[in-house]
Design a protein. Sequence first.
Length: 269
Amino acid sequence: MIVGIDLGTTHSLIGVHSAEGPRLFHNPHGDLLTPSVVSLDGKQVLVGRPARDRLVSHPDHTVATFKRWMGTDRETRLGDGLYRPEELSALVLRSLLADAEAALGQPVREAVISVPAYFSDAQRKATRTAGMLAGIRVERLINEPTAAALAYGLQRRGEDGKVMVLDLGGGTFDVSLLELFEGIVEVHASAGDNYLGGEDFLQVLEQAFHRHRGIGRSALPARELAQLGRNLEAMKRELSGGGQARMQIQLDGNEHHWAIDESAFSLLC
């Protein structure tokens, strides 16, 4: 059984392609997307939503967006231990594999993992190492724009030609030029920004809120920071689907109202 894994900067997911078609697996919380976040709670390793909930309350024991560090020697201290990016990614992979094995009722030992098209050899090697540490053999690394083209069936259009794929994720923004010929998808050119994605847009929103309302981040307790983060995430999603987003939140003993539209957000970015 070979599974497909999207090991993302902010979220990851796992699925399989069978005779009935593609199938994605839910995590224990009923979600298809698992936050790419790791946290240590004593000796217990938390991955996904429980870890994300501890980002503000336990910052010294929690880490996110470590995909951006793949292929580097950077180490992150969690509690008493130091972890390399591939080790943290392996923990996410193990969580995903557990979800797949629970749904399939059989062990999973092989996988195809998607990676940004601009990933260097070192980053690709680190991704394979993460798979090995998670106990699987990575049969192939597939470029994310190629995976997107295959998912949308572009290779079955019956037409040859060139296609531009824009891939805006939680942590990265990729632009790739693909050529389709005789059912084959080939990447001709790619460019990307490793620090341009949903997480960066969220940071821009938070900075704008603090400036507009005159509240320093350090002045808010962890509980209110977490609440603010959830509200700003909702605003970001609202902006994605409409021209304006509004928020009402209780912070520092006061009620705050804030609104922003697409044009104002574009200027902030």
